[in-house]
Write a protein that binds this ligand. Structure first.
Ligand SMILES: Nc1nc2c(ncn2[C@@H]2O[C@H](COP(=O)(O)OP(=O)(O)OP(=O)(O)O)[C@@H](O)[C@H]2O)c(=O)[nH]1
Ligand SMILES: [Mg+2]
Length: 294
């Protein structure tokens, strides 16, 4: 089966409905399948944003800077996997200078509603967290739902003191490093006043904890976004659990948007009952043909 026949199978139960109702629902179905998620990557220059994106996603995302700060303006990248697309926005500039900060904050406040999730990278051995904090609290007002989509990532965990103790054989931090990483997680949690998503520690260079980060990423993404994102994640991180979650989310999203469309139609009760039954069928087919889309 290919994507077209999967779509026909998905649309088949809708032929039982009046033409205009079927058309509306078909349109919704199309929107869900073609939804293009947007993920933002924030953090000071050198935090490891480009490196992390290149490690997580299938296509090379952008140049990694070794000496110069090479990402200066927000840059959009399209990750493509077959028909599916995800937009990455590299959001640099945290803590560059007070004047620039204000400029970036205004710009990012405008971009924020468009983002499904933001990975905010902080270098694990960075002691100067004030610029990140100031930026965060100035840009996202208290109680703002914008804060709920920030996933803090303590990056370059291998560099935390005592950095020479990193266990290359087992590819993991020493006991002492782990203690410092846990301390740092608590500090970040408390400085950002209890972020709603967990603070994750990773080392991109060694691959340590990247599967944990991907797991958290998928638990944190809105349901509408997880399927397309699963298509662009490197296959080694796309576990059965993640696939199951994306499949489940896809069914939930189809159900939500169709039920919402139905409720806006103000149909007679008897018709609503029939349409609800058809929607249930479409949702169950959606889960079974998921892999032909993603
Ligand atoms: N040891 C170690 N080095 C890393 C890790 N991740 C990134 N680096 C190095 O850190 C430097 C900066 O990484 P980038 O990915 O370019 O950082 P960036 O946040 O994209 O920086 P800008 O584009 O300037 O905003 C590079 O030299 C990377 O090779 C890591 O997990 N461990
Ligand atoms: Mg970069």
């Amino acid at each position: 089966m290919d994507e077209n026949s999967a779509f026909n199978q998905l649309a088949a139960p809708l032929t039982l409905l009046p033409g205009s109702v079927a058309q509306d629902l078909l349109q919704q179905l199309n929107n869900v399948i073609h939804y293009q998620p947007v993920i933002g990557i924030m953090g000071k220059t050198g935090a490891g944003k480009s490196s992390l994106c290149n490690a997580l996603f299938r296509s090379t995302v952008s140049a990694v800077s070794h000496t110069c700060a090479c990402t200066r303006e927000p840059q959009r990248f399209t990750l493509q996997a077959g028909e599916r697309q995800v937009t990455l926005i590299d959001l640099p500039g945290v803590g560059e200078s007070p004047e620039r900060d204000e400029e970036y904050q205004t710009l990012y406040q405008r971009i924020w509603p468009e983002l499904d999730l933001v990975l905010w990278l902080i270098k694990a051995d960075d002691r100067a967290l004030t610029p990140d904090c100031d930026f965060y609290f100035r840009m996202l007002s208290p109680g703002s739902t914008g804060r709920d989509k920030v996933l803090f990532v303590l990056a370059q965990a291998d560099k935390i003191e005592p950095s020479q103790e990193w266990n290359g054989l087992l590819n993991q931090p020493s006991e002492q490093q782990l203690k410092h990483l846990e301390e740092k997680q608590r500090v970040v949690s408390s400085l950002f006043r209890g972020p709603s998503l967990p603070v994750i520690t990773v080392s991109t260079a060694t691959g340590w904890h990247l599967p944990e980060l991907v797991g958290t990423l998928f638990r944190s993404l809105p349901a509408r976004a997880s399927s397309a994102v699963s298509s662009v994640i490197r296959p080694q991180y796309c576990t059965q659990e993640i696939e199951d979650q994306a499949r489940q989310d896809f069914g939930d999203t189809v159900s939500d948007v169709m039920t919402q469309t139905l409720s806006e139609m103000c149909l007679p009760a008897a018709v609503t009952t029939v349409v609800s039954t058809v929607i249930n069928t479409v949702v169950s087919v959606a889960r079974s043909v998921w892999r032909f889309f993603f």
